[in-house]
Each structure stands twice: as structure tokens, then as C-alpha cells.
Ligand binder design. Structure first.
Ligand code: KIV
Ligand code: ZN
Length: 516
């Protein structure tokens, strides 16, 4: 890269992104996202918080085994048990990083940690040294740095760099900072921490005031050389800085930024869709870079301008972030090879022949109902194959609904629960309502439906509908997805998918609550 610094991209979709209420992912789903991130050439993939639960541990371990080209990272509080668990989960990684953190703001130290500043420094130094026993790639974060005292930050950062931290992360944990102020913080740190040149400075911004990307970019202008971000800006509360916006801002404004990333930006849209499909968090149409309208020119003046000379209204090319023409890619007569090849081109692969065969048989079923199969259909189909592989206690066998003008809609349904067939029926305000009541009559989760949304995957009346539901039970939120050319069936699949997540075992700890 000519005279430019490298800007490292640390993706935390699988960790902070997963802290979005309802966005939990299975191990298989995490592996799929991690492989897509690796293909995009993300530098560091934060795969999870291994101490949180056995499932989290296994996911980090599985990602560590599956990913070869990106560094795989695990989060750990500044505690022996956390660090040892992270070290264990990462032991098979080609290159691993332990990311350890402790809060440094007066409010967190006093009320959450109940520790004196001196104890916090001591604990941080101890944690970094412990992490260095597992890997020489150790990141230290000062949680709530955005509200911490700058002198204290300088002190703790100097101490942890001396102890062996190679990346120093400055999180705006609660999304409180304003760009000029946050940039000034980075500048001061780079100037005042005496051994700052021995570590890469990083930022991790939350979006509570809608400033996560702006704050991250300002920090980059002031010396940060790693940005922590997530696909589609997923993350705790209002989310994290969105990877695609940070990366494309830096790439598009090379006249301003003194650095660039190594990312293959043509993989951005694929990653965005994959994450949206898996988590059930839709991408708003006007979202920068990855929204369906991001490159659509509605007004006649704009269309005319773009046709005459693209640069009149376009600052980036849609192809450069991976938007392709919505063209037919496969159909009823396509064979297994064409199917596999196109999926590989889209960054999706199967570990076993059985998985490929199962997905191919779904593809054939779909091609019978829908003549033109688009990339988006393939993505939904593979997501659904992944959804159904794990933790599936409840399965849909058949569904029949009847809705007629002037009559109450009725649903008749057969499910299997742990392999045993059970039938149920119910009436409702509409066929979807009836189907949901019939499912509840059988499984009896007692959960509350918090969200129901339907999107068409492609255009046309034969398009598949993609349904997302969110269920809540006792404060536990889960999302479910399903797709089908019949939206009532898609709705039932989504509901059952969410039910399976509710029934899945395992409480998990939240990294940023609780004692140190
Ligand atoms: O927001 C935050 O402070 C975090 C840390 C764990 C880095 O997510
Ligand atoms: Zn965070």
C-alpha cells in the first residue's frame, strides 16, 4: 500500500453483535458468518465470549478451527477464569488474540467494580500478563473509556503496554462521545502514552447518539489504526459502528484518510445479507451501502445525470460493494454442480456432502414452485438449511390453512416434537394467527409475540416471503426466520425456528455486567 498505513478491521458481529437482544446465533451460523468475514479479508474476528456458556465456548472453538486467514479473538474480563477459558477455546486457531477488558470510568469503577483505581490498574496488568501466557497477540480495552479520566487512561495504557498488550482499545461503551472530542482523546493518548508506539490504538464506538461511525472515523484521523465494528451496525442497544460504512468511507475518501484497509469490499453485500438472514435483523432500505435503495436513483434528474455521467450523483460503484444485477442464476434444470458453484461464488460452502444434498433437494423443491432462482433465494435457502441443522426439537410436518371471505380462518397443523408426531388445530384473526395459535396449542411455550415482519426476498408475485418473528418469554428474547413462496408456511417456519431457540438449553453470562 503506497505510503499509507494499514487500518485494521476488527469485526465483532459474533460477539458484540450477538449482544443485540434476540440476535443469538448457533455455532453453525457463527461459522458461516466467520467464513464470510474471512473471505472479505477482515483482520480480526471476535468470535465470542468463551466463559459465557458452554455453547459460547464451543462456538469460539469451532470458529478458531474453521478460520485460517483472519486472527480469531475471544473476549475475557480481567479474570483468571475468563482468560483461561478464552485461551483454551482459541488453542487450535492459526492465529489467536485474547481481548481482555476492565472498566476505567469513575462511575463503573465505583458502582460496578467497587474497586479503587490502583486496584484496576493492577488487575489489568495482571490480566494482560496472564493472557500473554496463551498468545503474544493481546488486546486490552478500557471499558467506558469515553467517560474515563484522560490521565487515568494514560496511566493504565502505559502499564498494560509494558505488560505485553499489543492492541489498546478505546471504547465509547455508552455512545456518549462527539466526534471532535473523541478525536481529541485519541490524539492526546497517542501523544501522552510514552510507549504508544509499541501498540496499535483501536476504537470501539457504540451508536446511542447515531455517531458511532463518525466517532470511529475521527479517531482514525487522529491516529487510531484499528476500528472495531459490526456488519449492518449490529450490537448492544443502538449497535456498534457499521463495518461497511467505516470501510467504504475510508476507501472512498482516500484523498483524506492516511490509511486504508485490506478488505475485499465486493463481499460486503453478501455478508450483510447473511447476517441479516441469520439474526433476523432486517436492513432498512435507506441504510448506507447495504440498504436496498442505497444505489437506487428515483428522481428523474438524478437518473438523467447518472445515465449521462455516473459521477454526477454516485460516489461509489454498486458493484464495488457487491451489488449484482437481480438476474436469474439457476432454475429447475440446473444440476448439483451449478448449484454448488454458484453458492461458492456467493461465499457459501458445505462441510459435508449430506449438507449439500439436503440444500440441493430444497433447491429442487423451490425450483418447482418458483421458476427463476436468484442469488437472494439461494442465500435464504442456505440460511434455512443451516437453521434446521441444530437444536431442532420441533419440526413442521404439514400445515393446512383455510381462509375465506366471511369465515373465521382455521389452521390444521402437524409437528414433531423430539421425533414424536403431534397434531393441533386452531382458529384466528387470519391464517397466520390461526397457525400460530395451533403451534402454541401443541408446544405451549407461553411466549409473547413481540415482532412479526414479512419481506419479499426478490420481486414478483412468485417471490419467496421471508418472515422474522421475535418471541419473548421471561425477559428472554429470540428471533426466528423462515422463508417460503407461501407466506403462511414461511410464517409457521419462522415461529417454529424461534420456538426451537427458546427451547434450546443454556443460560449465558453477559460480559459487561457482574463482578470482577
Ligand atoms: O462496548 C464495550 O466497551 C465493549 C468492550 C467489551 C470492548 O464491548
Ligand atoms: Zn461494545
Amino acid at each position: 500500500m503506497s505510503q499509507k498505513d494499514k487500518l485494521f478491521i476488527f469485526d465483532t458481529t459474533l460477539r458484540d453483535g450477538e449482544q443485540s437482544p434476540g440476535a443469538s446465533m448457533t455455532r453453525e451460523e457463527k461459522i458461516r458468518i466467520a467464513k464470510a468475514l474471512e473471505k472479505m479479508r477482515v483482520d480480526v474476528i471476535e468470535a465470542g465470549f468463551p466463559i459465557a456458556s458452554p455453547g459460547d465456548f464451543e462456538s469460539v472453538q469451532a470458529v478458531a478451527r474453521a478460520v485460517k486467514d483472519s486472527v480469531v479473538c475471544g473476549l475475557a474480563r480481567a479474570l483468571e477464569k475468563d482468560i483461561d477459558r478464552a485461551g483454551e477455546a482459541l488453542k487450535d486457531a492459526n492465529t489467536s488474540r485474547i481481548h481482555t477488558f476492565i472498566a476505567t470510568s469513575p462511575i463503573h469503577m465505583q458502582h460496578k467494580l467497587r474497586m479503587e483505581p490502583d486496584q484496576v490498574v493492577e488487575q489489568a496488568v495482571w490480566a494482560v500478563k496472564r493472557a500473554r501466557q496463551y498468545t503474544d497477540n493481546v488486546e486490552f480495552s478500557a471499558e467506558d473509556a469515553g467517560r474515563s479520566d484522560i490521565d487515568f487512561l494514560c496511566r493504565i495504557f502505559e502499564a498494560v503496554i509494558d505488560a505485553g498488550a499489543t492492541t489498546i482499545n478505546v471504547p465509547d461503551t455508552v455512545g456518549y462521545n462527539i466526534p471532535a472530542q473523541f478525536g481529541a482523546t485519541l490524539k492526546t493518548l497517542m501523544e501522552r502514552v510514552p510507549n504508544a508506539d509499541k501498540a496499535v490504538f483501536s476504537v470501539h464506538c457504540h451508536n446511542d447518539l447515531g455517531l458511532a461511525v463518525a466517532n470511529s472515523l475521527e479517531a482514525v484521523m487522529n491516529g487510531a489504526r484499528q476500528v472495531e465494528c459490526t456488519i449492518n451496525g449490529l450490537g448492544e442497544r443502538a449497535g456498534n459502528a457499521s463495518l461497511e460504512e467505516v470501510v467504504m468511507a475510508v476507501r472512498t475518501r482516500q484523498d483524506i484518510f492516511p490509511c486504508d484497509t485490506d478488505l475485499d469490499t465486493t463481499q460486503i453485500v453478501t455478508c450483510s445479507k447473511l447476517v441479516s438472514n441469520i439474526t433476523g435483523f432486517p436492513v432498512q432500505p435507506n441504510k448506507a451501502i447495504v440498504g436496498a435503495n442505497a444505489f437506487a436513483h428515483e428522481s428523474g434528474i438524478h437518473q438523467d445525470g447518472v445515465l449521462k455521467h455516473r459521477d454526477t450523483y454516485e460516489i461509489m460503484r454498486a458493484q464495488d460493494v457487491g451489488w449484482s444485477e437481480n438476474r436469474m442464476v439457476l432454475g429447475k434444470h440446473s444440476g448439483r454442480n451449478a448449484f454448488r458453484t454458484r453458492l461458492l461464488e456467493l461465499g457459501m460452502h458445505f462441510d459435508t456432502e449430506e449438507e449439500l444434498n439436503a440444500a440441493f433437494s430444497r433447491f429442487k423443491d423451490l425450483a418447482d414452485k418458483k421458476h427463476e432462482i436468484f442469488d437472494e433465494d439461494l442465500q435464504a435457502l442456505v440460511t434455512e438449511s443451516g437453521i434446521e441443522q441444530e437444536n431442532e426439537r420441533v419440526k413442521l410436518v404439514s400445515l393446512k390453512t383455510c381462509s375465506e371471505t366471511g369465515e373465521t380462518p382455521v389452521a390444521e397443523l402437524v409437528l414433531t416434537i423430539d421425533g414424536e408426531e403431534q397434531a393441533g388445530q386452531a382458529s384466528g384473526g387470519g391464517p397466520v394467527d390461526a397457525a400460530y395459535r395451533a403451534i402454541e396449542a401443541i408446544v405451549g411455550t407461553g411466549s409473547e409475540l413481540k415482532l412479526y415482519s414479512v419481506n419479499n426476498i426478490t420481486s414478483g408475485t412468485d417471490a419467496q416471503g421471508e418472515v422474522t418473528v421475535r418471541l419473548e418469554k421471561g425477559g428472554h428474547l429470540v428471533n426466528g426466520q423462515g422463508s417460503d413462496t407461501d407466506i403462511v408456511i414461511a410464517s409457521a417456519k419462522a415461529y417454529i425456528n424461534a420456538v426451537n431457540k427458546l427451547l434450546a438449553p443454556g443460560d449465558r453470562a453477559h460480559p459487561q455486567t457482574g463482578d470482577v
